[in-house]
Design a protein around this ligand. Structure first.
Ligand code: HEM
Ligand SMILES: *[C@@H]1O[C@H](CO)[C@@H](O)[C@H](O)[C@H]1NC(C)=O
Ligand SMILES: *[C@@H]1O[C@H](CO)[C@@H](O)[C@H](O)[C@H]1NC(C)=O
Length: 325
């Protein structure tokens, strides 16, 4: 009698454990880390969010492939200031100068693409999808459009209510040395290796002369002498003249890192990744192995996308991405 009930008890404990494990397995799919974000956040409330975003991004990039760079950079600037909360999209008002109006905004691009996505999603599921999630998804889709890794990201960010010009002082400057870069990324929980992988986003797009002319005033031993002439030639057209970061500005690849090996980095912060003993092995590895770069990049992007995300009443779902509700 006693033995049977013990066995029954054991069995029900083990059943209970199995059940619990199953629940955990299912739940894991629906949760992501302590932030309460998850892969299926809009599964019930806006099931077509991902194809809608991807379609609009693809159409925009087919018209103008250079916008992929703009969308990826927008997500970076959003996350590094006040967390990934869509604050980068806010317009200044008469009482508030927003992040966008900082000199550090330097040529951010792609805002109309975000507006287009928001309009379509407001038609389909009003008040549901945050601008912060739209920016994160658009960046993800831009990476794959340009030939980079394809990956899933957790969703469920809320939009912030603060966007102040003075906060942009917290963006890394293009004149930083490796230690300063490492510190800046460490403040957001990102490792030196993740910093180097994320810098690989400079495989896309351009820098304007104003961002690198500091390297041309005297001989810079970390800058190839031929490439120095190229940069000077670009700058002869003024501070707004554009210099591609690598030889394939619309292709997401590891050509950027190979350029660093030849001292063809554009910004001080690009070249310093290879000059500095703290990070040079990582640059070398990514230059030799594109698959390794892709793998690390996608993981680092997911992590960057979780910086200080707003939840519940700490945020809102903006109706218009440019205006706080
Ligand atoms: C490591 C620290 C970083 C610094 C100092 C930095 C700085 C800059 C600067 C100065 C420009 C050129 C702006 C201009 O002159 O118009 C630029 C462009 C760009 N940055 Fe970064 N960046 C950094 C990291 C990142 C990260 C982490 C990403 C994305 C994951 C990113 C994505 C881009 C892209 C795609 C462009 C080209 C934009 C375009 O063509 O419109 N950058 N960055
Ligand atoms: C960036 O800021 C400048 C002023 O510093 C402003 O003229 C420009 O319109 C801003 N760019 C964007 C995309 O808002
Ligand atoms: C990097 O810059 C900081 C601040 O200017 C300076 O204190 C530090 O010595 C520099 N590190 C290297 C390795 O040059």
């Amino acid at each position: 009698m006693y033995k049977t009930s013990l066995r029954t008890l054991k069995m029900s404990i083990s059943n209970f454990l199995t059940m619990f494990l199953l629940i955990e397995v299912v739940a894991c799919d629906f949760r992501y880390g302590p932030d309460g974000l998850n892969m299926n956040y809009y599964f019930m409330s806006c099931p077509f969010v991902e194809p809608v975003v991807q379609n609009i991004v693809n159409n925009a990039l087919q018209n103008d492939p250079t916008l992929a760079a703009g969308l990826i950079r927008m997500h970076f600037h959003d996350c590094f200031i006040e967390g990934c909360d869509g604050s980068v999209l806010i317009e200044s008002t008469k009482d508030n100068k927003a992040e966008k109006d900082s000199p550090g905004n330097l040529s951010l691009r792609g805002f109309e693409v975000i507006d287009g996505i928001k309009e379509e999603l407001e038609r389909r599921c009003p008040g549901v999808v945050s601008c912060a999630d739209i920016v994160a998804l658009a960046a993800r889709d831009a990476v794959s459009f340009a030939g980079g890794p394809v990956y899933d990201i957790p969703k469920g960010r809320k939009d912030g209510r603060r966007s102040k010009i003075e906060d942009t002082i917290n963006l890394p400057f293009p004149t930083f040395n490796a230690s300063q870069l490492i510190t800046s990324f460490a403040r957001r929980g990102l490792s030196p290796q993740e910093m180097v992988a994320l810098s690989g986003a400079h495989t896309l797009g351009v820098a304007t002369c104003g961002s690198f002319k500091n390297r041309l005033s005297q001989v810079d031993p970390t800058l190839d002498s031929e490439f120095s002439k190229t940069l000077s030639k670009t700058c002869s057209s003024g501070d707004k003249a554009e210099q591609p970061f690598d030889a394939t500005r619309n292709d997401f690849d590891n050509v950027y890192y190979n350029g660093l090996l030849r001292k063809n980095g554009v910004l001080t912060t690009d070249q310093t990744l290879f000059t500095s003993p703290q990070t040079r092995n990582i640059v070398y590895a990514y230059a030799m192995n594109q698959a390794m770069f892709f793998f690390d990049f996608q993981r680092a992007m997911v992590k960057m996308g979780l910086i200080d995300v707003k939840q519940g009443s700490n945020g809102e779902v903006r109706q218009n991405c440019r205006i706080i509700n």
